[in-house]
Write a protein that binds this ligand. Structure first.
Ligand code: SF4
Ligand code: MSK
Length: 664
C-alpha cells in the first residue's frame, strides 16, 4: 500500500509540517510515494509511553524492563530502584550519549588538525593569530616558534586531553574565576574528556551509583567535559584550520537547490568532509564532467549542522534544517546526499531510493542500509571528495520529475566570538564593553540564546515566534544549530529584521550594521556562547560570574541527546536554560525539583520547561528582568506583549515578500 496516499487522505492532502516550502514540496505530485517523518508522525497509532517520556522506565538489567511510579510502593524496580534513581540514571545516560557525540566529533577534528599541522592533509592552518592565542590558552609559549611546530604542539596537547586520566582540561581555565571557584568547591572539574563518559556509563550500570545527587554530579562533570572540553576543541581547531567565521551573506531554505546544476547536499556535523567537498567543486575535472552531462556546475548545499559549518565559513547555502532533511530529497532534484555523523534520519535512505538520488555515507561510525559507502579520510580528502562529487554528477542525467519550491531567504551569519568582539569594539580595541554598557543603560535588556534542534513533536514555529518577541523586547538573540536555520528561513538573520526590534536594541545594532539575531554556528559551536558569556563577565559592570549576567538560554524544540548535554553545561556554568516542549525527568518530582530548584544553590542557575513561544518569552524576559534587578539595573522597562495575532502574523513581519510565507 502506498502509505503516502493514506497519509494524504487522512490530512486532506497536506501534511502538518513547519514552513510553507516543506508543505509545497510534500503536497506536490513529485513527492507522491515518498514517506517522510511528517508522514510517520501522523501515521503513529500508539501514544508515546508515559514511563519512557518521564524518564522512569528502566531497562538497565534483564530483570526489567521496570516501569516505576514515584510514591507507589509496588511500582519500584525489581532491584528496589526508585523513580529518582531511575530518572537520574536515564537523564545521565542522555547526557553521556550527547556528550560522547560531541567528544567523538571533537576528537575527529583534533586528529585532522594534527595531521594538517604535519602536512598530511590538503587543509591549511588559516588563522595563525588564533593559533597563537590558543597556544597561550593551553599553556604553550608561542614565542619564536614557527606556525608548523606550534600547530603540531597545540594539536598534540589537545588530542591528549581526550585520553587524559588526571588533571584539568585547558580551556576550562578560560571560564570566569568565580565559575572556576564554584567548580572547585563542588569538586566537579572533569579530569579528561573520554573518562567522564566512561565513568558516567559505569555509575549508571545496575547496582552502582544510586543517589540522584551523586549521579547528577557526574553527569555535570561529563557535560562540562563536552562544553568546555570537546566542543570547544572542535570549534577552536576548526576555526584555526578552516578560518574563524566573519559576517557573510548567504541563503537558506529548499529554494537554494538549482535546476541547472548538480545538487549535492551535505548533511551531518563534521566540517572536514564538507570543506573537502567545497574545495573540489571548481576543480577543472569536475567542471568538465558537469559540462559533459549538461549541468552548469555543482551546487553544494548544507543540511543540519554541516550546513551551519559551511555557511559560517564559506557562505555556502543551507537547503534545510533537521526536519527538512527528507523534504529536501522529496524535491526529486538532489543528485547526492552525502552524510557523516549525527542527526541523519534512517528515513533518508528510502526517500533517496524513491528518486535518482545517491545516498553516500562517509564515516565508518555511521553506515545506513541502502546507502553507498565511500570512506572519508582526511589524508586523501580531495581524492575522496572528488570521487563523491563524480558519483553525484553521473546521477544528473537521471533526474526526472522534480519540484524546487521558490523559497529561499537571505541571511547574514558568521558571528563568532571574535567577530562580536570586533564589531562591537572596533578593529584595534575589540571589546564587549559597548554590549555591557548598553545592557547597563537599558537599551539592551539582556542576551538570550535560542539553540538546538527542530522537532516533529512541535508543529508551531516556536523558534521564530519566540525570536520575534524577544527582539521586540530589546533582547539580543544568539542562535546556533537547526534553530538558526529555522529562524533564518523567516528573515530574522538579516539586518533588515531590525525593523522588528525594540527601539533600544535597534539603535545599538543599527549603528554597527548587525542583525538582531546573531548566528553563532553549529551545535558544537555553543562553546562560542560560553566564551561570549565569559567575556561579558570579564569586561565588567554586569556582576562577577556568568550567573549574574542578564543572559539565558533555551532549546524550545530539543530532539537530540546533545541538546541535554549542552543545556547541562550551560546550567553548570551559571546560565539558566529552558527546554521545550518537555523535560526528560518529569516522571520524578524529586529529580525534576533538583534540576529546576536545587541546582540554583549549586550553580546559580536552573533548568525550566515551557511549551509555547509566549510561555518561553514570558519566562525568559522575567528571568532577565530579575537579573537586572539584582544588578541594580531595574529601571522599569515596558514589556511589549505579543498577542496571538502578532505571534502568528509571521508573513507580514516587516520584511516584504520574502521568506517561507512569501515568494522567494
Ligand atoms: Fe529493573 Fe533495577 Fe534492572 Fe532497572 S536495574 S531494569 S530497575 S531491576
Ligand atoms: S544538527 S543536534 S538537529 S541542532 Fe546539530 Fe540540528 Fe539538533 Fe542535530
Amino acid at each position: 500500500m502506498d502509505l503516502s496516499k493514506r497519509f494524504d487522505k487522512a490530512n486532506g492532502g497536506c501534511p502538518s509540517i513547519q514552513c510553507e516550502a516543506n508543505r509545497e514540496v510534500l503536497c506536490n505530485s513529485c513527492a507522491e510515494g515518498a514517506i517522510t517523518a511528517a508522514h510517520r508522525v501522523s501515521m503513529r497509532s500508539v501514544e508515546p509511553c508515559l514511563f519512557g517520556k518521564g524518564g522512569t522506565c528502566c531497562r538497565n538489567c534483564n530483570m526489567g524492563p521496570c516501569q516505576i511510579i514515584e510514591g507507589v510502593d509496588e511500582m519500584i524496580g525489581v532491584c528496589g530502584a526508585d523513580a529518582a534513581t531511575v530518572a537520574a540514571r536515564n537523564f545521565s545516560r542522555i547526557i553521556a550519549g550527547g556528550a560522547a557525540a560531541h567528544m567523538d566529533h571533537g576528537r575527529g577534528v583534533a586528529l585532522a588538525f594534527l595531521a594538517t599541522a604535519k602536512g598530511e592533509t590538503p587543509y591549511e592552518i588559516k588563522d595563525t593569530f588564533k593559533l597563537r592565542e590558543t597556544a597561550v590558552r593551553v599553556g604553550i609559549d608561542p614565542a619564536e616558534k614557527d606556525t608548523i611546530d606550534l600547530a603540531v604542539e597545540v594539536g598534540e596537547k589537545l588530542v591528549s586531553e581526550f585520553g587524559q586520566q588526571e588533571g584539568v582540561l585547558a580551556f576550562m581555565k578560560r571560564a570566569p574565576k568565580t565559575t572556576q571557584e564554584m567548580w572547585t568547591r563542588l569538586g566537579i572539574w572533569p579530569r579528561g574528556v573520554d573518562r567522564e563518559v566512561v565513568e558516567l556509563m559505569h555509575r549508571t550500570h545496575m547496582g552502582v551509583d544510586q543517589h540522584h545527587e551523586s549521579l547528577l554530579f557526574q553527569a555535570v562533570r561529563c557535560a562540562l567535559a563536552d562544553g568546555w572540553g570537546a566542543s570547544m576543541i572542535a570549534t577552536e581547531l576548526s576555526d584555526i584550520m578552516f578560518g574563524t567565521p566573519v559576517p557573510i551573506r548567504t541563503r537558506v531554505n529548499i529554494g537554494v537547490l538549482k535546476e541547472d546544476e548538480v545538487n549535492v547536499t551535505v548533511h551531518g556535523h563534521e566540517p572536514v568532509l564538507a570543506e573537502a567537498l567545497a574545495m573540489v567543486t571548481h576543480d577543472p575535472e569536475v567542471v568538465d564532467a558537469c559540462r559533459k552531462v549538461g549541468a552548469k556546475g555543482v551546487n553544494l548545499a548544507g543540511v543540519c549542522c554541516t550546513g551551519n559549518e559551511i555557511l559560517m565559513r564559506r557562505g555556502l547555502p543551507i537547503a534545510g534544517s533537521f526536519v527538512q532533511q527528507e523534504v529536501v530529497l522529496a524535491t526529486g532534484a538532489v543528485e547526492a546526499m552525502v552524510v557523516d555523523v549525527q542527526c541523519i534520519m534512517q528515513g533518508v535512505s528510502p526517500v533517496a531510493k524513491h528518486y535518482h538520488t545517491q545516498l553516500i555515507t562517509t564515516s565508518d561510525r555511521a553506515k545506513i542500509p541502502g546507502a553507498k559507502h565511500i570512506q572519508f579520510d582526511e589524508h586523501r580528502a580531495l581524492d575522496v571528495a572528488k570521487q563523491i562529487v563524480m558519483e553525484a554528477i553521473q546521477k544528473y542525467p537521471e533526474r526526472g520529475k522534480h519540484f524546487i519550491p521558490k523559497h529561499e531567504m537571505d541571511v547574514v551569519a558568521g558571528f563568532s566570538h571574535e567577530t562580536i568582539n570586533y564589531i562591537l569594539g572596533g578593529r584595534f580595541r575589540g571589546s564587549y564593553k559597548p554590549l555591557n554598557d548598553n545592557i547597563a543603560n537599558g537599551r539592551i535588556r539582556g542576551v538570550a540564546a535560542i539553540v538546538g534542534c527542530d522537532n516533529y513533536k512541535v508543529m508551531d514555529e516556536v523558534h521564530i515566534e519566540l525570536a520575534r518577541e524577544l527582539i521586540a523586547n530589546d533582547v539580543l538573540v544568539l542562535v546556533t544549530g537547526c534553530a538558526a536555520t529555522g529562524i533564518g528561513r523567516e528573515g530574522l538573520l538579516s539586518p533588515e529584521a531590525l525593523d522588528m526590534a525594540g527601539d533600544g536594541l535597534k539603535e545599538v545594532l543599527e549603528a554597527v550594521g548587525c542583525p538582531p539575531v546573531l548566528h553563532m554556528g553549529s551545535c558544537v559551536d555553543n562553546s562560542r556562547i560560553l566564551i561570549a558569556a565569559t567575556e561579558m563577565v570579564n569586561t565588567g559592570g554586569l556582576g562577577n560570574s556568568i550567573s549574574d549576567l542578564p543572559a539565558i538560554g533555551c532549546a524550545p524544540q530539543w530532539m537530540s541527546e546533545k541538546a541535554v548535554s549542552i543545556g547541562q553545561y550551560f546550567v553548570s556554568s551559571g546560565a539558566a536554560v529552558i527546554f521545550g516542549p518537555d523535560f526528560p525527568t518529569s516522571g520524578s518530582r524529586v529529580v525534576t525539583d533538583y534540576c529546576f530548584k536545587e541546582m540554583e544553590n549549586l550553580y546559580g542557575a536552573v533548568w525550566d520547561v515551557a511549551q509555547s513561544a509566549n510561555e518561553f518569552a514570558s519566562k525568559m524576559i522575567d528571568k532577565l528582568d530579575l537579573k537586572r534587578k539584582n544588578l541594580g539595573l531595574d529601571k522599569k522597562k515596558e514589556r511589549v506583549l505579543f498577542d496571538m495575532a502578532m505571534r502568528r502574523d509571521l508573513g507580514t513581519s516587516g520584511i516584504d515578500g520574502v521568506g517561507c510565507h512569501g515568494p522567494g
